[in-house]
Design a protein around this ligand. Structure first.
Ligand code: SAH
Length: 376
């Protein structure tokens, strides 16, 4: 079968495509045709690239080249319009990608529409966010996250990261930049432990797929040296950091990586991160009932972030099997939020999306065995 990974067009940039076309004795403009077909039209097979001469299409297919779109193995559709996709790659590994429409249609909440994914085809809709995975599983081992239970199987290639977006855009029949698509690298895995592939995917998404970098956000559990590298990137998403605790003792319990990169190191990296005009760093904070959700915790968080261009996204724990924590009540969440806002920190409560289909933050575990029926 040869090396399957290197025989896919998805993941190759302009320079690499020009080199490949050279090797095939083809003119350089074939690279432009391929970029257009793969990233803009999002064709499924080489056969469908009508701009290439038939002979070349046959030749490429013959020597085993493919587009490399991941296969949508399953779709779970939530009452709130969220769709959780199970995406399978060449080697049989799979990850999850989540489509979250916003606005009227996404919020219809009418169970009868649950089988009909929102599509941009001719209908007015607001905007949507795609949540992308960067690794199969995760090595970071946060105690409240379901993905951690998988351990890490492998990194995704740049093509597999971009491929998730292309497959979802294709399935939903939408196209950036006409359709307002936000991308969040907040799915399975730790993007900063797969830094090179993640960054290559970002550049392809910005330059070839057409999603502006200002519409992308990456979240890290706090891989400090990569936060520094990330700040130097000419093209980069916005930065979010998973804080989740107000002191080292608690953070080390919840997120073992805090023993390596503690709050002092993390906050130093955050404070010296070169922000752009009007940009803020987002700090995510998962509220665990009776664990990190007190008024004192809120005050300590406000103290940690004092004077920074920051905002806080509060996430009430999304529960899951094997997770020993519980979700705080709404009044606890609101009280926490108010302490932050009184201290002058913008604080938002992240609405859970697709909890009923295990698509919400921290729930991505390739859960196939759930009550919600897969969409046809
Ligand atoms: N590994 C990266 C990217 C994942 S982002 C990171 O940790 O930032 C996923 C976000 O969901 C993180 O902010 C994480 O703290 C949060 N999260 C994890 N498990 C959760 C759960 N069970 N309920 C709510 N949020 C959770």
């Amino acid at each position: 079968m040869g090396n399957l990974m290197s025989d896919a067009f998805l993941g190759l940039n302009r320079e690499e495509l020009v080199t490949r076309m050279n090797e095939f004795d083809e003119p350089a403009y074939r690279a432009s045709q391929l970029l257009e077909a793969v990233y803009r039209q999002r064709v499924e097979s080489i056969e469908q690239i009508s701009t290439l001469p038939q002979q070349l299409r046959l030749k490429l297919a013959d020597i085993g080249w493919t587009i490399g779109l991941p296969k949508i193995e399953k779709r779970f559709v939530s009452q709130d319009g969220t769709v959780r996709y199970l995406m399978a790659f060449n080697d049989g590994q799979s990850v999850e990608t989540v489509w979250m429409p916003e606005g009227d249609e996404g919020e219809s909440g009418d169970g009868s529409e649950a089988g009909d994914p929102v599509s941009g085809s001719g209908r007015a809709w607001g905007r949507a966010t795609i949540c992308i995975s960067s690794q199969v599983g995760c090595a970071v081992d946060c105690q409240f996250c379901l993905t951690a239970l998988l351990g890490v199987k492998r990194n995704l290639s740049a093509g597999e990261i971009v491929g998730q977006v292309c497959a979802v855009l294709r399935d939903q029949k939408v196209s950036p930049p006409q359709d307002r698509i936000n991308l969040v690298f907040m799915g399975m895995g730790e993007p900063f432990l797969n830094y090179e592939n993640f960054m290559k995917a970002v550049r392809l998404l910005a330059e070839e797929v057409g999603v502006p970098e200002s519409r992308m956000t990456v979240s890290t559990a706090g891989i400090v040296p990569r936060i520094d590298d990330f700040g130097q990137e000419p093209i980069r998403p916005k930065l979010a950091i998973s804080l989740n605790a107000s002191n080292d003792e608690m953070r080390s319990l919840l997120m073992p990586l805090n023993r390596k990169w503690n709050l002092e190191k993390l906050m130093a990296a955050a404070r010296q991160f070169p922000l752009r005009n009007r940009e803020r760093i987002t700090f995510e904070y998962v509220l665990l009932n009776g664990v990190n959700d007190s008024i004192e915790d809120a005050k300590a968080v406000a103290e940690l972030l004092r004077g920074m261009r920051a905002k806080v996204n509060l996430i009430a724990l999304n529960p899951g099997p094997g997770i020993q924590f519980s979700t705080p009540g709404e009044d606890t969440v609101t009280a926490f939020q108010h302490v932050l806002m009184k201290a002058g920190l913008p604080a938002f409560v992240r609405r859970p999306r697709g909890r009923d289909i295990f698509a919400a933050c921290g729930q991505l575990k390739r859960t196939v065995e759930i009550a919600a029926a897969p969409a046809p």
